[in-house]
Design a protein around this ligand. Structure first.
Ligand SMILES: NC(=O)c1ccc[n+]([C@@H]2O[C@H](COP(=O)([O-])OP(=O)(O)OC[C@H]3O[C@@H](n4cnc5c(N)ncnc54)[C@H](O)[C@@H]3O)[C@@H](O)[C@H]2O)c1
Ligand SMILES: N[C@@H](CCO)C(=O)O
Length: 345
C-alpha cells in the first residue's frame, strides 16, 4: 500500500485534528482511500521540533500535558527549527498550519517555498501564502514537479476552490459572493442573541473558529484574503489584497442586529468578486443587511456559503462549514487525496 510521510509545521487546533484522524481512523482511511499516512516530523513554537523517520507515536504527542515540549524525546528539540525540519525530514508532504499572517504571509510563505524547493508537496490551510503569492508558489511547485494544494484556505473543509475549478470549468463566472468568515457570522448571530462583542469573540475562540488574532476575523482582513484567493483561483484575476476595499463587522451593534431582524433582515459580512461587462473585475468586503429572501440570509453560525453566478447554470451556491478544527483538518486530507489521485506527482 502507498504510504505518505507527513511533516506537520504548526501543531495547533487544525494539525492536531488531522493527527487525531490519523491516530483514530487510519484503518478506515486505508481501506477507502488505498493509502496510509504517517507523521515523521512535527514543529511548533510551543513544543519545539520532533524528527522521527520511523513514524511518530501520535497518541503520545497528543497526550503531552500543556507546557511540555519535545526536548528529551528521541529526535526532539526545544526549538521550532522549521526550516531544518522542512529540508531534512524525509516527508513526502509538508502540512503548513501555522498562524495566518495577512500582511506578509510569513513565516508560512518561506515554509512553503522551502518545502517545494526541497522536493516536497505542500498542503496548507494558511491563507497568507495563497492570497499573497499563490501564482508564484504554483509555478514553483510545477518547476519541482510537486503539488501545492490549499482547499482549506477558503471555507475550511467545504469544497469550493476545487469544485469551481473542476465542476464549473466550462462556464463563465460573472461573480462570486459569499459569507466567507465563520467567526464573524457566528458573532453576528450571537450579538442578535444579546451577547456583548467580547463574549461572542470568546465563544468563537473556544470553538476553534477564530484566528490567533481575531481582529482579522471581525475587521474583514480574513475575508479579504479569501476574496483575493477566489479572484485568482476561480476568476483568473490577481487582485492585490491591499486594493480590496474592506469593512468588517466591528461597527455593528447588537441593537442593530436586532433592529434589522425586526424588519426581516440579517446582517452578513459579504466578500464579493464581480466581473463587469467591460471586462474589469472588482472585489470588496463589507457588511450588508440582506432581506430574508436572499439565499445567503439564512446562513447562520460558523456556516459559510458562496454563490457563483454563471452563464450556463445561473446561480450555484455551495454551503457548509467555514471554520472548525476537524472541518479544516478534512480540507488537508482532501488535499492529500488530490495529490494521491494525481499519482503522487
Ligand atoms: N481553525 C479554523 O477553523 C481554520 C479554518 C481555515 C483555515 N485556518 C488556518 O489554518 C491555520 C491553523 O489554524 P489553527 O486553528 O490550527 O490555528 P492555531 O492557532 O490553533 O494553531 C497554529 C499553531 O501554529 C503554531 N505556530 C505559529 N507560528 C509558528 C511558527 N513560526 N513555527 C512553528 N509553529 C508555529 C502555533 O504555536 C500554534 O500551535 C491558520 O493559518 C488558520 O488561519 C484555520
Ligand atoms: N477564522 C476563520 C477560519 C477559517 O478560515 C473563520 O472564522 O472563518
Amino acid at each position: 500500500m502507498r504510504c505518505y510521510d507527513l511533516a506537520l509545521i504548526g501543531f495547533g487546533g487544525v494539525a492536531r485534528a488531522l493527527a487525531e484522524l490519523i491516530r483514530d481512523d487510519s484503518a478506515r482511511l486505508e481501506a477507502t482511500l488505498g493509502f496510509s499516512l504517517r507523521v515523521v516530523a512535527i514543529t511548533d513554537l510551543n513544543l519545539g521540533s520532533l524528527l522521527q523517520p520511523e513514524g511518530i507515536d501520535l497518541a503520545e504527542v497528543l497526550a503531552m500535558p500543556r507546557g511540555a515540549n519535545f526536548s528529551g524525546m528521541p529526535g526532539g528539540d526545544r526549538d521550532a527549527d522549521n526550516e531544518r525540519v522542512i529540508r531534512e525530514s524525509a516527508a513526502d508532504i509538508v502540512v503548513e498550519a501555522t498562524f495566518t499572517n495577512p500582511a506578509t504571509g510569513e513565516p508560512a510563505l518561506s515554509h512553503v517555498r522551502s518545502a517545494l524547493q526541497s522536493g516536497k508537496h505542500v498542503v496548507t490551510t494558511n491563507k497568507g501564502p495563497v492570497a499573497l503569492a499563490g501564482a508564484e508558489l504554483a509555478e514553483l511547485a510545477g518547476v519541482h514537479g510537486r503539488r501545492f494544494e490549499f482547499e482549506g484556505a477558503v471555507m475550511s473543509g467545504t469544497p469550493v476552490i476545487r469544485f469551481a475549478q473542476t465542476q464549473l470549468a466550462g462556464t463563465r463566472i460573472a461573480s462570486v459572493t459569499g459569507i466567507l468568515n465563520g467567526t464573524s457570522n457566528y458573532i453576528l448571530g450571537r450579538l442578535g442573541d444579546g451577547l456583548a462583542l467580547q463574549e461572542a469573540i470568546g465563544e468563537a475562540q473556544a470553538l476553534g473558529y477564530a484566528e490567533a488574532d481575531p481582529t482579522a476575523d471581525i475587521g474583514g482582513s480574513d475575508v479579504r484574503l479569501k476574496v483575493a484567493i477566489l479572484a485568482e483561483q476561480v476568476m483568473g484575476v490577481r487582485i492585490p489584497v491591499e486594493q480590496i476595499p474592506t469593512t468588517g463587522i466591528t461597527e455593528i451593534t447588537g441593537a442593530e442586529v436586532t433592529a434589522a431582524a425586526a424588519e426581516g433582515k440579517r446582517w452578513k459580512l459579504l466578500g464579493t468578486v464581480e466581473r463587469h461587462e467591460d471586462g474589469t473585475v472588482e472585489a470588496r468586503v463589507a457588511p450588508v443587511a440582506l432581506g430574508e429572501e436572499h439565499p445567503l440570509a439564512g446562513v447562520s453560525g460558523a456556516t459559510n456559503a458562496v454563490t457563483f453566478d454563471t452563464d450556463l447554470l445561473g446561480q450555484v451556491t455551495v454551503s457548509g462549514p467555514g471554520a472548525g478544527r476537524v472541518e479544516t483538518a478534512y480540507a488537508l486530507l482532501s488535499d492529500i487525496i488530490a495529490i494521491d489521485r494525481a499519482g503522487g506527482r
